[in-house]
Design a protein around this ligand. Structure first.
Ligand SMILES: CC(C)(COP(=O)(O)OP(=O)(O)OC[C@H]1O[C@@H](n2cnc3c(N)ncnc32)[C@H](O)[C@@H]1OP(=O)(O)O)[C@@H](O)C(=O)NCCC(=O)NCCS
Length: 286
């Protein structure tokens, strides 16, 4: 693994797309769900600008393609310490193993680039519900979160607050309404039921990713907290209620978008009106 080359690849990556959480209203780049005119209006307000140097407090979300040739996987593997290699070897399916290696190598390389260290040297502290974090005594000001689904992973980095990210490959769900009854709040269930049948799967995953991103930001995970946050797809997405109380103002910023056709993603950070910069991660030079 040629670490320097990888760092060059990261810093020379294609220009970022940047948006502000407060004004970002993109449901899906390729398959827009439109529940009402409100969303169409919101879509037209979307503004992107290229910016390689995000301001402090910006969340950087890196998009990592996970289906790569064996030579790239071999290079990525060299970024992982023994403990991660042992984890990866536990996957029997080769493609799942390779995707795991690539996602975790990208995470470590991005962190190592920020911390100016070797990707293999990074150690994590694991929170009570499994959230990995950098050791607080050394790197309290760098927060991150990883999500992977199918052929894509996202890594979110933020120097201002805890961040959560979720990506889901949109796949068939036999009965999204029945599933929503188990996991969603009554308000979310109503919104899903009101969506046109052809949009219900998309709406389901948009609600799901937003809830999961919030719960991953808190570190709680989905095991006990799915009723805690109520979200919506309307107006491009957002937080509606917390712990049963409707929200008028919040410190939470929540964005929901489609990285690619058949994928939906969300990012949450406890920073009012935060800005998110989306960037492709390149394994090209490994
Ligand atoms: C975290 C969680 C939401 C992930 O769901 P998912 O959609 O399958 O996975 P994603 O790809 O979005 O995210 C996985 C990554 O999130 C991170 N992660 C793990 N636990 C996390 C948590 N509690 N909060 C935030 N991030 C977490 C890890 O980097 C993980 O990557 P890895 O498994 O490859 O190491 C889910 O596993 C969960 O709710 N875990 C909590 C479990 C729990 O409550 N355990 C009880 C105590 S032991």
């Amino acid at each position: 693994m040629k670490t320097c080359q990888l760092f060059n690849a990261i810093t020379n990556a294609a220009p970022a797309l940047e948006f502000n959480f407060a004004t970002f209203h993109l449901s899906c780049r390729n398959r827009t769900v439109q529940h009402d005119g409100e969303q169409r209006h919101a879509l037209s307000q979307r503004t992107f600008s290229a910016n390689q140097q995000p301001a402090p407090g910006t969340v950087q979300v890196w998009e990592i393609a996970l289906d790569m040739p064996a030579s790239v996987v071999a290079g990525a593997q060299a970024c992982l310490p023994e403990v991660e290699l042992v984890r990866a070897k536990a996957f029997r399916d080769e493609s799942t193993k390779h995707r795991h290696i690539l996602a975790h190598a990208a995470l470590r390389c991005l962190l190592a680039h920020k911390l100016r260290c070797n990707p293999r040297e990074i150690t994590f502290q694991i929170g009570p519900f499994g959230k990995p974090a950098l050791p607080a005594e050394r790197h309290a000001a760098l927060h991150f979160n990883l999500s992977h689904s199918g052929e894509l992973a996202l890594v979110a980095l933020c120097d201002a607050a805890e961040v959560g990210v979720d990506i889901e490959h949109i796949r068939p769900v036999r009965d999204p309404i029945a599933l929503a009854k188990r996991f969603f709040t009554p308000g979310e269930q109503d919104e899903l039921a009101a969506a046109p049948p052809e949009d219900q799967i998309n709406c389901f995953f948009r609600l799901w990713t937003q809830k999961e991103a919030l719960l991953k930001a808190t570190g709680q995970g989905i095991a006990n907290g799915l009723q805690r946050f109520e979200v919506t797809c309307r107006g491009g997405g957002g937080l509606v209620a917390m712990d049963g109380e409707k929200i008028t103002e919040t410190e939470w910023s929540l964005a929901n978008w489609s990285p690619h056709a058949e994928y939906v993603a969300a990012c949450a950070v406890y920073v009012r009106n935060a800005t998110i910069a989306l960037k492709p991660f390149s394994f090209a030079d490994i």
